[in-house]
Design a protein around this ligand. Structure first.
Ligand code: QVW
Ligand code: ZN
Length: 328
């Protein structure tokens, strides 16, 4: 796999080289009016200076070991370092599906001990919502997040309630392959560096998500390392954005924006916390529709057809019958 070295604020990062062009994600102070405008318009921006999780900037593996308590944490392992999400509620309808990662529950102390081993054959990625099993110092740190700014941003943009804060602790090199989420996300980086590759929802035609009833619903079928342009020809036209998110940075990751996230080598394990919010309600439909709204429409129609047919095998022919020779 070809790599390239990029320099950001006098730091050098070796990153994988892909086939598509990218522009830089804007990087602005969180109080910059331009940053507020980008968030208002559902555009991604890397925010500096917010101290959204300033009270957690001292979190490292040792501190988490001593203060996260003895609760169970979900740890994924992957032989190829890719952690493509799958919905285990959809496994029953897809008997032949082979999960690409294994999931183990363990204490944070067990996870930290595994990180130290030199004979790991697989990469590991801890992904666990912060809950009330954590120790009092973590509760203190959590309480001291910059909730004033977070709540103000949520309110100003009419987002719905915050649904979860996911703690992410990844080994260097872990990759979350391209997918989109249906929630707004303030992504706070605490330790290590993550490269974000983002694609506007209008790139839907280039990203070829799995069918909605597939466990990999919302994930792109395209392997960025070896894109199959026969099966996915439009991927040849995809255009993205990219940026390096480091300690104290907060990325506003808008709903429906595709993203691939890579924990970079040479800077230690990555520690991040997500702040996911339900979407703002659509009070009044304004035309032209946004590309995110069009994805939501496509998704809802696909869902309704799958439910109405109640037979996933007949989905491909039904969907093709709807458009071929008429809209193709
Ligand atoms: C399970 C969530 C993973 C995260 C990407 C990453 O940090 O690897 C992401 O996709 C998101 O925050 O939406
Ligand atoms: Zn995501």
């Amino acid at each position: 796999m070809a790599t390239e070295t990029i320099k950001v604020n006098s730091r050098e990062f070796v990153v994988k080289k892909y086939s598509f062009p990218t522009e830089q994600i804007p990087r602005l102070d969180y109080q910059d009016k331009k940053a507020e405008k980008l968030i208002e318009n559902g555009q991604p921006v890397i925010l500096t200076g917010s101290d959204l999780v300033g009270s957690a900037h001292h979190w490292d593996i040792g501190y988490l070991c001593s203060n996260l308590g003895s609760g169970q944490y979900t740890v994924y392992s992957s032989a190829d370092g890719k952690f493509k999400y799958y919905d285990d509620k959809k496994l029953t309808q897809n008997k032949q599906f082979k999960p690409p990662t294994t999931q183990t529950d363990m204490t944070f102390q067990e996870f930290a001990a595994k990180l130290k081993r030199k004979d790991n054959k697989e990469l590991m990625y801890l992904q666990q919502p912060l809950n009330d099993t954590v120790g009092t110092r973590i509760v203190m740190d959590f309480t001291n997040f910059n909730w004033g700014w977070a709540n103000e941003t949520q309110k100003k943009n009419h987002w719905g309630p915050m649904t979860s804060n996911l703690l992410l602790v990844g080994m260097e090199g872990v990759i979350t392959p391209a997918h989109y989420d249906e929630q707004e996300n303030l992504f706070a980086q605490i330790q290590g560096y993550k490269r974000f590759l983002l694609f506007d929802p209008s790139q839907f035609e280039c990203m070829y998500p799995y069918p909605i009833y597939h466990p990999h619903d919302r994930q792109s079928q395209v392997d960025f390392d070896n894109p199959d342009l026969t099966k996915f020809p439009n991927f040849a036209n995809v255009k993205g954005y990219e940026g390096i998110v480091g300690p104290r940075d907060v990325l506003y990751l808008p709903m429906y924006w595709w993203h691939q996230v890579e924990s970079l080598h040479g800077h230690g394990e990555t520690i991040s916390i997500t702040f996911w919010y339900k979407a703002a309600p659509t009070v009044k439909v304004v035309y032209p529709l946004t590309s995110g709204q069009k994805v939501a429409i496509m998704r809802n129609i696909e869902k309704m057809i799958a439910e109405a047919l109640n037979d996933n095998e007949s989905m491909p022919s039904f969907m093709q019958a709807m458009v071929q020779g008429r809209y193709t």
